[in-house]
Design a protein around this ligand. Structure first.
Ligand code: EPZ
Length: 422
């Protein structure tokens, strides 16, 4: 397994290009199952999760071809469809569950393995099941697989979710697009990735209104046609790279970044003493004078502070002046980066869903281990600010969600190398 070696850094300067959003692309790709015409996604990110989704869609009978060095995905699903999503693929990536809604809508049945838990939590599927059942699906759990049927097709309905689940909202949107009649989804997730999926579905002929708010109205149509859709910029990659100059000083412009996608995060950066400016080419970030100030963070569904930036923010706050309290309200076990940061000299106390970070003067480089996607990049950010050398192992977690992270950081002056496993 590869590892990444980071050495403490002086100020950074330059530009980092922001790729298309992993979490948008993983919802957009299954939309190809809804139509027998081609769907082309431009500005696609080049990540291992995208390759896993490609593998899953191929096993269902959909073809996804990566063009232009992977930045364009040409997808089509016009032949025989196999409605069975196998455990061997699904267990690698929870987002595989996003084929459930489209398969039900297109085929009237689906057999999708439960993804199983992952490092950050149990990640059940009950909200997905309730939402699709409201559209008339009969879903039962057998041998670890969800067996779903929609005899006579799905029919429009009004449904309120108990929690604004991103994935369940996406499954409902795709399924309701081809249901008979009108559907209303209440307490819908409002993330920018939901808006991007709705834009793509409208380009395919779906009738959807209210995406981005907590109430979405979908008028079912007979069929959907092909489309070409640009994947929205990755707001989590953006937030991650904004923290690099925040942690070690200097000024960096994140090309293609949009502040409006992560306003709650930018407000916290401002309070911590980081200046953020939207330019016409991206987002410019620099550290104001003096030491970073401690801030409290609570993760919430959009438009609140994104859970996917909690680990990275914690890395910044380990050397802030004062004490910060981070509350993780979305996942039940998302502080695994804390003990690794502690190995680097951070002073962090974790109690249940709260982590109290007492700022220290500086961190010391150390060998640390990546445990999940966002935790791994927070260790790299911490390594940029630490004295000495940090070796982050198990970086396959990183490659799931970050394109060429060492190249992007090296381009702005970071001392970072990838060491290939022998
Ligand atoms: C999406 O996951 C993202 N993944 C996650 O990003 C992100 O952290 C999460 O939304 C929250 O913003 C993709 O988009 C591919 P949820 P998703 O359904 O859809 C519980 C990353 O690092 N829940 O909104 O799975 C669940 O256990 C990843 O890029 C149920 O209880 O998130 C969790 O505690 C990590 N039952 C909470 O809701 C359900 O049926 C939020 O889950 C579904 C979810």
């Amino acid at each position: 397994m590869d590892s990444i070696v980071v050495r403490g850094n002086g100020p950074l300067s330059g530009q980092i290009p922001i790729a298309g959003a992993k979490n948008a692309c993983l919802a957009l790709m299954p939309a190809t199952l809804l139509s027998d015409e081609p769907l082309t996604l431009t500005n696609a990110p080049r990540l291992s999760d995208i390759r896993t989704m490609t593998e899953l869609l191929a096993s269902l009978g959909a073809e996804v071809t990566a063009l232009q060095d992977g930045k364009v995905l040409a997808a089509s699903c016009h032949g025989e469809i196999n409605p069975v999503a196998d455990y061997e693929i699904v267990r690698k990536m929870r987002a595989s569950n996003l084929v459930l809604g489209p398969l039900l809508a297109r085929m009237g049945h689906a057999v999708v393995s439960l993804p199983g838990g992952c490092a950050i939590g149990a990640r059940p599927m009950d909200i997905h099941v309730d939402a699709l059942s409201a559209l008339g699906a009969e879903i039962e759990l057998k041998d670890g697989y969800l067996h779903a049927k929609a005899r006579g097709g799905l029919r429009g309905a009004t449904h309120e979710m108990r929690f604004a689940s991103v994935g369940a909202t996406e499954n409902f949107l795709m399924a309701a697009s081809l249901a008979k009649g009108t559907s209303v989804l209440k307490n819908a997730a409002r993330e920018p990735e939901i808006v991007d999926l709705a834009r793509c579905l409208r380009a395919m002929g779906a009738q959807i209104e209210g995406d981005g708010t907590s109430e979405i109205v979908i008028e079912g149509v007979e069929r959907l046609h092909g489309a070409t859709h640009p994947v929205v910029a990755d707001r989590i990659e953006l937030g991650t790279y904004m923290l690099a100059p925040a942690i070690c000083g200097g000024e960096v412009e994140c090309l293609g970044g949009r502040i409006d996608l992560i306003e709650a995060f930018c407000e916290k950066l401002d309070a911590a003493g980081v200046s953020v400016e939207q330019t016409h080419t991206g987002v410019k970030v620099s550290r104001k004078n003096g030491r970073i100030r401690a801030v409290d963070v609570v993760t919430e569904p959009f438009p609140g502070f994104p859970t996917d930036l909690q680990a990275q923010m914690m890395a910044l706050l380990t050397t802030a002046e004062g004490t910060s309290v981070l509350e993780e309200k979305i996942f039940e076990n998302r502080f695994m980066h804390a003990p690794e940061l502690t190995r680097m000299g951070a002073n962090i106390e974790v109690h249940g869903g709260h982590a109290t970070v007492h700022g220290v003067e500086t961190l010391k480089g150390a060998p640390v281990m990546a445990t999940d996607l966002r935790a791994s990049v927070s260790l790299i950010l911490a390594g940029l600010a630490a004295e000495g050398e940090t070796v982050v192992s198990r970086v396959y977690h990183l490659d799931r969600g970050y394109e060429r992270v060492e190249e992007k950081l090296k381009a702005v002056g970071a001392h970072i190398e990838r060491v290939k496993a022998s």
